[in-house]
Design a protein. Structure first.
Length: 578
């Protein structure tokens, strides 16, 4: 695991920076782009965004903000077979949720299809592109290997006139799908395989979400991407490390089209985010959805942004996490505990504290008057001086956690036991006098207790102290709720790599305990109308939020966002000690 400092991100204000910002500073110092900084976030609309995309969003929009520049949202919609309007809308929602605004700069690669076509004709006229009649298999077979040069296509030396004629007829729909492609004419012996006459266009009769049926030829990503950057005036095209070997092709196309500064974009690559105990491949995430391993793209166990939102993550925590891990040129894996650290740190400041009993045990306070209801004052968040207080109903019958009672308590168990006194948070002191058991199973079903009338508010005139403090809810006022306890999706830190090493399917490492459903929970009455999007701290249990799909006033459902245990801090301490 990479050890990162979970603090404020490196910034220009603090005098520290990463290599991406250093390159931008150097360009600005040299006047390369006349001092402009214009970035873009270019997702493919073929799935939902995940935490890895969040890192790119925070980087691209963040850099634009820091340098007083602009950031575009551009959909790379060059593969209509896998693209859907649903994905487009979800991506826009995710970017907004993270706190960023593309203003009027929403673009699609398909906006430039006509211009890209004209660019391709220009390359054909310069003898730098040609129409190839080989099949996809033949092109693969003649491409060569990293150690062996490829072989020229038999159609490589067609005349410019013939290539133009064929390309125009491809556009008009004269030829069958897959029968012809347009390739750049570079070097079939190039050490970089991406320069071995890469495909620029293919024939594909596929309805497009943005252009409908206007086109039957579609540009490839490598051809469309750099030119789209150039058309939009992007100065720094920041992408992940797997595109590093594509940069020579990115630059070759721009050279072939005579693109020059200050309008020529510069591609910069950074290491993608690899997060432990999950997978970051959209293809595999789609498999999990289609094969029913999860309930959907927004399943709270998924690393998708919509899944994290449904689980109760805050955008501030996600942004802080993305900034804290920094930007580097080296691939590494980040422990998911670091993301949880930032989540707890943020939620601890903002989340209201509430009472929820997940495994209820009935308690009857025998000397408390029947029918009497008191309103006790409870603070909403001791970490927030402006959070105020609320009133909780207290009555003769309450519920406590079953684990907070032991008939035969071990040493260092300071909660309720026969003859023992404990404090009910915000309320009073009670003592257990009698244990009622089920006549058949012998299970404890009820405790009979007495309370000290002098202990209102949780203090006594004699100042005596007790070591145990319990949370509770009034039985007559409690709301029945379902609580879903989520854990890590996989049982190993790197399921994809481990599956490859061990010759197994990555799905064999799915954590069977990643979801536990508790249906008999009791929560305080204020949670009946808890708004979706609000995360609460259930005292002693962790952070929870109403489920955005299944929760209702009649049957509230709460998802556990994260537990209270700060495992990242312990890892940091053990590392420092070592």
């Amino acid at each position: 695991m990479d050890k990162q400092n979970p603090s404020e991100p490196a910034s220009r204000e603090t005098g520290t920076t990463d290599f991406v910002r250093s390159l931008i500073d150097a360009d600005n110092a040299a006047g390369t782009y006349d001092g402009k900084v214009h970035t873009r976030f270019p997702p493919e609309p073929n799935g939902y965004l995940h935490i890895g995309h969040a890192k790119s969003i925070v980087l691209n929009f963040g850099i634009a903000e820091e340098y007083g520049g602009k950031c575009n949202l551009r959909f790379d919609d060059t593969n209509p077979e896998k693209e859907e309007v649903e994905y487009i809308e979800s991506i826009k929602e995710d970017v907004r949720w993270l706190g960023f605004d593309w203003e009027e700069r929403l673009f699609f690669a398909s906006d430039y299809f006509e211009q890209l076509y004209e660019f391709a004709e220009r390359l054909i006229q310069k003898g730098l592109a040609y129409v190839d009649d080989q099949s996809a298999d033949q092109i693969r077979e003649t491409r060569g290997t990293p150690t062996e040069a490829g072989r020229n296509s038999p159609f490589r030396d067609r005349t410019i006139e013939e290539n133009l004629d064929l390309f125009r007829r491809m556009r008009s729909g004269e030829f069958a799908d897959g029968s012809r492609v347009v390739r750049a004419r570079i070097d079939m012996a190039a050490p970089n395989i991406n320069l071995r006459d890469p495909i620029m266009y293919r024939i594909r009769r596929q309805h497009h979400p943005n252009t409908g049926d206007a086109w039957c030829i579609y540009p490839t990503y490598d051809w469309a991407h750099g030119q789209s950057d150039w058309i939009e005036g992007i100065t720094h095209s920041i992408c992940t490390l797997e595109f590093e070997n594509h940069r020579p092709l990115y630059d070759w196309f721009l050279d072939a089209l005579d693109a020059a500064a200050p309008n020529r974009p510069r591609q910069i690559e950074f290491a993608r985010l690899n997060l432990g105990y999950t997978i970051m491949s959209k293809r595999r995430l789609l498999e999990l959805v289609r094969e029913g391993h999860v309930s959907g793209w927004d399943d709270p166990r998924m690393p998708t942004i919509c899944g994290m939102r449904r689980r109760g993550y805050s955008p501030e925590a996600v942004r802080n996490f993305c900034r804290s891990i920094g930007v580097s040129k080296t691939n590494s894996q980040i422990d998911i505990a670091m993301l949880e650290f930032h989540l707890r740190e943020d939620l601890n400041r903002r989340a209201p504290r509430v009472m929820a009993v997940l495994d209820p045990l009935k308690v009857v306070i025998e000397n408390y008057p029947e029918g009497k209801v008191e309103q006790v004052e409870a603070d909403n968040n001791p970490e927030d001086p402006d959070a105020g207080t609320r009133l909780l109903p207290f009555s003769r019958v309450i519920y406590i956690e079953r684990e907070d009672f032991r008939e035969d308590p071990p040493k260092k168990f300071f909660r309720l036991a026969p003859g023992r006194e404990v404090r009910l948070k915000h309320a009073c002191y009670i003592t257990c006098n009698e244990v009622v058991k089920h006549p058949v199973t012998g299970d404890v079903v009820e405790l009979r207790c007495s309370y000290d009338p002098e202990s209102a508010g949780g203090t006594t005139p004699d100042g005596r102290k007790v070591k145990g403090t319990l949370h509770w809810v009034s039985a007559d006022h409690a709301v029945d709720a379902e609580v879903r306890l989520y854990d890590r999706l996989f049982s190993v830190a790197n399921p994809a790599d481990q599956a490859q090493r061990e010759g197994r399917e990555y799905t064999s490492y799915l954590n069977p305990e990643s979801l536990s459903v508790l249906k008999q929970c009791k929560v305080e009455p204020s949670l009946r109308e808890a708004p979706v999007g609000t995360t609460f701290q259930f005292l002693r249990h962790g952070y929870f939020c109403p489920d955005s799909r299944d929760s209702s006033l009649d049957a509230p459902v709460f998802n556990r966002t994260v537990s209270l245990r700060d495992s990242w801090a312990k890892l940091e301490q053990s590392g420092a000690a070592g």
